[in-house]
Design a protein around this ligand. Sequence first.
Ligand SMILES: Nc1ncnc2c1ncn2[C@@H]1O[C@H](COP(=O)(O)OP(=O)(O)OP(=O)(O)O)[C@@H](O)[C@H]1O
Ligand SMILES: [Mg+2]
Length: 497
Amino acid sequence: MKGIEEMTPAQIVAELDKYIIGQEKAKKSVAIALRNRIRRSRLDDDIRDEVMPRNIIMIGPTGVGKTEIARRLAKLARAPFIKVEATKFTEVGYVGRDVESMVRDLLSSAISMVKQDMKSGVEDEAKKATEEQLLDLLLPGTGKRPSKPSVHPNKPGGVQLGTISISPQGIKASSTPPMEIQSQEIPQVEEKNQEEEDKRKESKEHLREVFRKKLHDGELEDRVIEVQVSKQSNPMVEIMAGGQMDGMGMDMGGMLSGIFGGGKKNRKVTVKQARELLLQENIERLIDSDNAIEEARELTQNMGIIFIDEIDKIAVRRGTGGGQDVSREGVQRDILPIVEGSTVNTRHGIIDTSHILFIAAGAFSMSKPSDLIPELQGRFPLRVELEDLDAEAFKSILTAPRNALTKQYQALMATEGVELEFDEESIIRLAEIAAEVNRSSENIGARRLYTIMELLLEELSFDACDRKGEKVQIDKAYVNQRLANVVEDKDLSRYIL
Ligand SMILES: Nc1ncnc2c1ncn2[C@@H]1O[C@H](COP(=O)(O)OP(=O)(O)OP(=O)(O)O)[C@@H](O)[C@H]1O
Ligand SMILES: [Mg+2]
């Protein structure tokens, strides 16, 4: 696949086609919005800042792919992405400026994205460092670092507990040797000792290599060693520092965890667990956090996508009025500056929201986009409607997307050694049933397929463990047998599907 930079809107749509069936208009507009950002990034500085994103409102019933399109687009573009429900801000207890939290969340998601990327760059180095540390722990004193000798040469298997201390500054392996050993090893005079020293060194190196091999072969996985790791951050601190304090533009979480102990702690763990712990800490250490944050800020400001779901629920129909409506309109007014472009304080610096792409979505069954306050409407100039999904669409959704449900169940069953096959007729029948149930009870779009597939395969899921080696063929008869009663009985289907 080409980099997103080179992709034309048509190619972006083709990529989305791999996951989303139908909804051509919506796919087209998001592809254009994405391409426009790339175009913008190629402009000269002075004009670039003038080009604002064309925000989109997606209108369509539930379960027809609104969220899915936005999510896939973000993934494709490698853009930071978050989804918020507009109604969340109308809940009691939310104060106006809390809508800014969506920008902070976007930045957080960008930071983890960037760090994830950087991770793969430092993984090899971190793995190497981890292995050396494990060897230091298993065989204190055999490391390259000039640590004091601590393993007695006459005790080649002499494994001791060592400690590793990990601090934000780096990781030190310190093998604190018991005193007696040290005193035995006080260098005794001169040349002869040089020879002995060499030998000793050699045997240590040899021992280390032996253990390295054992480590590679997984022979030491269950051995217990002691590592010093930074304490898990205190959940109370997270609660206290989260939310409001974030807006103060400083790292309250860090400060508080400093006060309430975010120190180090000795833990006795198996080699296997130690490797995980050390690897994580090594990766953290090797990643340049400041760079990551800087890059994440850039990415957030220029490529970020905020998906505001349930926007229709904060629209207020003309002529009505009352408490709820006041708060809904309030939320619209609160959101407005963020969508228009303003600056938001975060603990990692200021974020300018001018070029963040906003995609709003809603069913708009009770209200219309024109019920939004005019200023907000103006900020979402693109409107696209998504179509209701019919049996034909369901048929494709069941089989075509990369992550299609039938493929998911096949993969799940394969882990039990059960081969699952669906014939064409069974798929057609399943799609018909889904469309039928959506018509007769509630229309929940493609989500209906989940409930139907779950019921269809309930029995098999339950006893697959005992059916290793079997091949299970799902045909029309099987579908009817499992589902027909439920579908015929409206009340039952309301309950079960
Ligand atoms: N057109 C489609 N093609 C493939 N899969 C789809 C399609 N529409 C929906 N789905 C699947 O159905 C599920 C629900 O879709 P999605 O979350 O996009 O719904 P939505 O339109 O955002 O609904 P809501 O209004 O309830 O938020 C997803 O798991 C998605 O994979
Ligand atoms: Mg959704």
